[in-house]
Design a protein around this ligand. Structure first.
Ligand SMILES: [Mn+2]
Length: 278
């Protein structure tokens, strides 16, 4: 069954869905060009914050993790768990075959090799051909923008308001088997924003669309520059606003609670620009 046809750089590209749900696409037709920005919240006791991320353009894989702050009360820095998880994910990516990196397998291997105490959300995305493959545990996630418009947003998983699914070594933690898996076709020019809740809780997609419109007016896309602008001008700025009706305030309201303004948090933004190879 043909699920997608689109003209790409003069060639007709087809993605075919087979019986086993594996999507067959032209090999290596597209690639991600990546940049990232990380702004830990101001805390002299934890200057590195609790988020972590990795970029691996060689294997076309990116990932973010957000250590769960609730461990602080037990004297545990969940940032260590998140950083070890992402280091292990980066190494796991390199052990996977070229062009066949499986994000859930990466998440699983990273989880099994992580020994720190604590727990963390995690979202890993891999581009294979023209399909973005993602595995996500918790409330980090990704958005895809096409022509400066949001066309896809990942779903989040939480046990209850502000308690995301989280990987960890304690009995009550979740396991990689809980990960949501998504496969989404992408096209040249698409912008993928992979991020922790420091962005999602403070910024509406329409605000990112406005930044993209401004930046693409200049003609070129610099993923690092874009990630920094989204992290600073939107997420950090909004997080410090005490009166706004932020996405976090809206989520609190839907859960029957009250929160006014942004949410001060570590902010990780990875931007991947989809471009044709060669
Ligand atoms: Mn967070």
């Amino acid at each position: 069954m043909i699920i997608k046809k689109r003209r790409l750089e003069g060639e007709l590209v087809e993605a075919t869905l087979l019986k086993n749900d594996r999507v067959v696409v032209p090999e290596e037709s597209l690639k991600m060009v990546c940049g990232a920005a990380y702004f830990p919240k101001d805390n002299p006791l934890k200057p590195r914050g609790e988020d972590a991320y990795f970029l691996c353009e060689e294997k076309q894989a990116i990932g973010v993790a957000d250590g769960v702050g609730g461990w602080t009360g037990k004297g545990i820095d969940a940032g260590e768990y998140a950083r070890e998880l992402m280091n292990n994910a980066f190494m796991a990516v390199h052990r996977q075959p070229d062009g066949a990196v499986d994000p859930k397998a990466v998440l699983n291997e990273a989880f099994l090799n992580t020994e720190a105490e604590g727990s963390s959300t995690a979202c890993i995305a891999v581009l294979k051909g023209n399909i973005l493959h993602c595995a996500n545990v918790g409330d980090s996630g990704f958005m895809i923008f096409r022509d400066n418009t949001l066309v896809h947003q990942s779903t989040i998983q939480q046990h209850y308001f502000n308690c995301p699914f989280q990987l960890g070594n304690s009995k009550s933690s979740d396991r990689p088997s809980s990960a949501t898996e998504e496969t989404v076709p992408v096209f040249p020019g698409d912008i993928i924003v992979l991020c922790t809740d420091g962005l999602l809780d403070n910024v509406y997609p329409a605000e990112i669309e406005d930044v993209l419109k401004q930046e693409t007016l200049e003609g070129t896309v610099d993923p690092f520059h874009l990630a920094t602008d989204i992290a600073v001008d939107l997420a950090l700025w909004n997080s410090l606003d005490k009166y706004s009706y932020s996405p976090f305030a809206r989520a609190a309201e839907l859960a029957g609670m009250k929160h006014t303004g942004g949410k001060i948090d570590d902010i990780t933004v990875v931007v991947a620009h989809i471009v044709a190879r060669n």
